[in-house]
Design a protein around this ligand. Structure first.
Ligand code: SF4
Length: 315
């Protein structure tokens, strides 16, 4: 078993992983690079993934019209009140953060890191959320170069291995694109984190566990597990009104996540086991607002049953 899995946390948490590496609290500074998304601007579609919020799934990111340095300083100063001695992850979350020309990407990211320059010595990681169909070798080579100065994490929105659900959610790419993107990222030794969503319409517990099992094949470094949020002013709100579907209860969700963890390789860092949504925009499920309750329930379940991340994973 991975040595960072312990009696308290029966899975490899991001927190424990970062503590072991940096010996300090490391927290995210969510930045908005003012990118668009091909699944919203009409290149692939104008609808976007059905669950995507108006802010391109970056509801907690900085103000997009402000320079990145200003966003960073403003948010870091707020965070410092809670953790005065922490390190930072500069996190580009909203929309598709590689969806531009290489030249324009460089204009954005060089504000954080360029050659031996880093905006703030306490930034330890650059994390970039994107779509697998918006990276290519040229872009990956650029990030691989940055990776020599500052570790780069690439986060891919995947959600599900089941193509029919991906099509229903208007994800806009098929699994082979995802697989090629992972291979490219691994070729250049970039840390790769994959987002999945539980509770997508029509998916069973077995379907969701299969998505976790599928990801074991690609040598991914981390995973973010989310519950599907139905948020106001999203296409999913309309879909849910027209075609109501089962919303997982907290008990069902905990059971599914625990089983996903059991099937995941124990060297995959678990970045999240539940997500955040702004309270004023969340329609369902309201129990996700109690994030710490969800996390505690997962921990309690795993401790009570003496089960661990990876204990059902065939290596
Ligand atoms: S790829 Fe991301 S930003 Fe684009 S529509 Fe889907 S969730 Fe939203």
């Amino acid at each position: 078993m991975n040595i960072l899995i312990n009696d308290e946390k029966h899975y490899l948490t991001l927190n424990n992983y970062l503590k072991a590496l940096y010996h300090k609290k490391v927290f995210k500074i969510p930045l908005n690079g003012n990118f668009s998304c091909p699944n919203r601007d009409g290149t692939i579609s104008k609808i976007g993934c059905l669950f995507c919020s108006e802010k391109g799934s970056g509801d907690f990111a900085g103000e997009k019209n402000l320079p990145i340095k200003t966003q960073f300083t403003t948010i870091a100063n707020m965070m410092k009140q809670k953790w005065p001695n922490g390190y930072y992850i500069a996190y580009f979350q909203a929309n598709t953060n590689t969806y531009d020309t290489l030249e324009n990407l460089k204009k954005r990211y060089s504000q954080i890191v360029q050659d031996n320059y880093i905006l703030d010595k306490n930034i330890k990681i650059l994390s970039i959320a994107t779509r697998p169909d918006c990276i290519n070798e040229e872009i990956v080579q650029y990030f691989a170069k940055i990776n020599q100065t500052l570790p780069v994490w690439i986060e891919l929105g995947f959600q599900t291995m089941h193509q029919h659900t991906a099509i229903l959610m208007n994800r806009g790419y098929l699994n082979d694109i995802f697989e090629k993107a992972i291979q490219l990222l691994k070729k250049y030794h970039l840390t790769t984190i994959v987002h999945i969503i539980n509770g997508l319409p029509g998916e069973t517990k077995v379907d969701m566990i299969q998505t976790a099992q599928y990801l074991n094949h690609f040598g991914i470094d981390g995973i973010k597990i989310h519950m599907l949020h139905i948020m106001k002013n999203t296409p999913l709100e309309t879909y849910y009104t027209l075609h109501p579907f089962h919303i997982l209860t907290i008990e069902e969700y905990v059971d599914i996540v625990v089983n996903q963890l059991r099937y995941l390789n124990d060297n995959i860092v678990i970045h999240r086991v539940t997500g955040d949504a702004p309270k004023n925009l969340l329609i369902e499920p309201k129990w996700t607002l109690k994030k710490f309750v969800v996390i505690n329930e997962i921990d309690k379940f795993m401790r009570k049953e003496h089960i661990f991340q990876g204990d059902l994973c065939l290596k």
